[in-house]
Each structure stands twice: as structure tokens, then as C-alpha cells.
Design a protein around this ligand. Sequence first.
Ligand SMILES: Cc1cc2nc3c(=O)[nH]c(=O)nc-3n(C[C@H](O)[C@H](O)[C@H](O)COP(=O)(O)OP(=O)(O)OC[C@H]3O[C@@H](n4cnc5c(N)ncnc54)[C@H](O)[C@@H]3O)c2cc1C
Length: 436
Amino acid sequence: MKVLIIGGGFGGLFCARRLGRADVDVTLLDRAAGHLFQPLLYQCATGTLSIGHISRSLREELSRHRNVRTLLGEAVRLDPDTRTVTAMRPDETTFSLDYDVLVLAAGMKQSYFGNEHFAEWAPGMKTLDDALCIRQRLFTAFEIAETLAPGPERDSWLTFAVAGGGPTGVEIAGQIREVATRTLANEFHSIAPEDARVLLFDGGDRVLKSFAPGLAGKAVRTLQNLGVELHMGVHVTDVGRDGVTVTPKAGGPAEQYAARTVLWTAGVEAVPFARHVAEVLGADADHSGRIMVAPDLSVPGRSEIFVVGDLVGSGDLPGVAENAMQGGLHVAACVRRDLDGKPRRRYRYRDLGSAAYISRGNALLQIGPIRIAGFLGWLGWGFIHIAFLTGVRNRISTVATWLATIARAGRYHRAFMLGDRGVSEQPYTWSKDDSR
Ligand SMILES: Cc1cc2nc3c(=O)[nH]c(=O)nc-3n(C[C@H](O)[C@H](O)[C@H](O)COP(=O)(O)OP(=O)(O)OC[C@H]3O[C@@H](n4cnc5c(N)ncnc54)[C@H](O)[C@@H]3O)c2cc1C
């Protein structure tokens, strides 16, 4: 039996690993060569961790499973009748892969809610390209400000706008203030980096809506003490070279903020291939492109096609790593039960809680009725992230880097390349042909 897995994120990787001892031929196709640990992307973007800490070669990770091969390529077309997926190599040539079982684990991409032109000025936070693009913009902004005379232009380079008050927006906003007040504090002569403003915009009435109000309230106080300026109940309605326009959700005049660095964490939508799959299968999908599935995670009427992770639209499942990992393991179990002639089981997600980093020595941890903030939460947060980081070497070097960062204010992975304009390519398609 041939199992083809599209995507080597949490869902695809856990599925492939679990099938590593089964009597099946597994192909894992990913458009990136490595598994990315997205929960620590913001630490890579702000110079604490390197790209090597948060990503691991899929080929290396799966090399001990002789029945699993990994391929670099982007799935672009599905023919469900011939059970074939067409994939594109980085040089834009294509090749075909056939399957008996298809596992769609391709995840979500950043959504700009139809305003794709925002992406040029406001990188998202989903890929390594995004993290490196943000790192370049963040540190370059301070460098440019250092060369300018005091005044509005310099102030705009020292103003950072973050759209989206979920965990990612909160984490990156707090980190920028920490870079400004700790890492860079004594390094400049003309500017005072600690004067940098960080503005966080969200349409809701509070940040961190997935956390209990009491915990989120503690996070708000910590963020305010750090110097993050919270603007709730507003939508970012325009983004350009000079900053953002925000419009109150309740109505009223729009306001403009001059900020030469804008970061976007406000929404996600299905990757293009997932939308294509839903279309060719005639499968139901929600407005973000998440696909509705049967209780066993297969597409209704297509028992040979499964969807796992962030792309699952049924059952109000959260877009978290734990759901993707459990989904991947569940699908592997279904494949094994098919081989044994046993009926498949329904997927049951077990909520193991969530965590969010707020600032140095301060994080939130919510596990069922247990709610912890502050230093204890931070210890729990660190333990969880290290436990799930892929690769033993990555775990050891990440702990060592954290300890060094705690001991000294420095960030050891501030290096960035200039590129052309620091625009993240967001290469979900390598082809320039959008009609595909
Ligand atoms: C910044 C950030 C912070 C987060 N923090 C947390 C956290 O603290 N805790 C938590 O539980 N969750 C967190 N999450 C969410 C978590 O990372 C996701 O829920 C999880 O990664 C989803 O796993 P997945 O397998 O569905 O998709 P992904 O992990 O996104 O993997 C999808 C894979 O598919 C590949 N792919 C996409 N399209 C194609 C294609 N056409 N062909 C081939 N390959 C393709 C991609 O390259 C990628 O490797 C965070 C997410 C982000 C972005």
C-alpha cells in the first residue's frame, strides 16, 4: 500500500513516524526541506534562536525508517480518479506521485483578508522566510534610526506596529520591547533604543482570547509594564510604506500611525493546494478553507483521503500543534487498522492545554482547570517547548542558548542578510504563474 503525505509539519511528521514500522510505502512530500517548529518562530525572528534551532531536515529526521522516503516539492494538483498528485520541483518542472492513501497535512498560511498587497510591508509569521525577513527589518530599523536626526522620520523607524493580539502577536510585541530595552540598550550613540514604541492592534476587546480572562489580564499588565501599547477594538484597514491605518470596529474616524516596521499576525487561511483539493473533491470547507471531514478524519465519500492538523474544519478543533500531532497519529492508526481488516476509530482530540510566552521569566500556562502565570508558567512553557522540539541536538542547543540569553542580555543570532528589500517571498508557489 502506498501512503502519500503532503506536508511535513506536526501532522505529517507524526503520521510518517508512526507508519515507519508498518507494512506500507510512505512518501512524505514537503515544499520545504525541513520540519519547522512554528511555536518558536518569533524567537528566531528576534535573534534569540537560529533557524537551525527551530527546523530540522526531514530527510535526516526520517532516515531511520527504511519504508519512508522524503521528497522536496510542492503539491500543485490532485487527480482523485487516477489517485495521482502532481508536484513541482524548485526549478518549476513537475513530477507525479500516485497513492492508495493520501494524507493532506499542508497547514495554513497567513491571511491578509483579501488585502494581499499588505504583505509587501507587513510580513506574516508562518515560515522561516518570514522569520528572517522580520529579523532583518527589526534590526535594520534601529540601524536606520541611528543615522537620522531627531524628528518624525526617526520616530517612525523606532515605531513597530503589530496586527493581531493572539499568542503570536503578543509574543513578538513583547520580544521587540525586550530587544529595545535589554539587548540594544547600550549599543547605540544617537538613539535611545528603549524609546522604541511597540503598538499592538486587535479587533477584539482583549488580547489572547484563547486564554481565560484572568490569565489574559495578567498578560496585559506584564505587556503594559514592558511598554507595549495595546489598541483593542480596532481593525488594521491599510498598510503601506509609512505605517498603518486603523479603523474602530464600533465605527468612527480612522487613525494613522507612522511605523516603518509592520508585522502581521492577524489571520490564517488554507494553503493554495488545500483549496484546490477541496474544489476537485467537491468537499465542504469553511470560509478560511479548512476542510470538513468524517469522524475518522477522512473526506466524506473519499475514505482514502485524510485531512489532519490545522486544515481540519470539523469539530471546532484548535489550530495548535497538539491537534496536528494527535491527528497524524490517528490517521496512521487508521491505515494500520485498514491493513489488519479492522474498522477505523473516530478521532478524539485530547486538549493538553496551551502556553504563551509573555516576557523574560513570564509565561501563561492553561491546562484544564490549572492556570499559571509568571515564573512558574515560564518554567512550564520552557519544559513543554523543549519536549516537543524536533531532534535531541536541537533541544540541547536551544536550552544552552536560552541559558546564555538569560545570563546576559545578548541575542546570539542577530545576523541578517540585506536581500533586496527584506520582502519575504512567501513562496507558497514557486511559479510566477498565478493562474495555476
Ligand atoms: C508563530 C506561530 C506560533 C505558534 N505557537 C504555537 C504554540 O505555542 N503552541 C501550539 O500548540 N501551536 C502553536 N502554533 C500552531 C502550530 O504551529 C500549528 O497548529 C501546527 O504547526 C499545525 O500543524 P500542521 O501539520 O497542520 O501544519 P504545519 O505545521 O503548518 O505544516 C504544514 C507543512 O506543509 C507544507 N506544505 C504546505 N503546502 C504544501 C504543498 N502544496 N506541498 C507540499 N508541502 C506543503 C509546509 O511547508 C509545512 O511544512 C503556532 C503557529 C505559529 C505560526
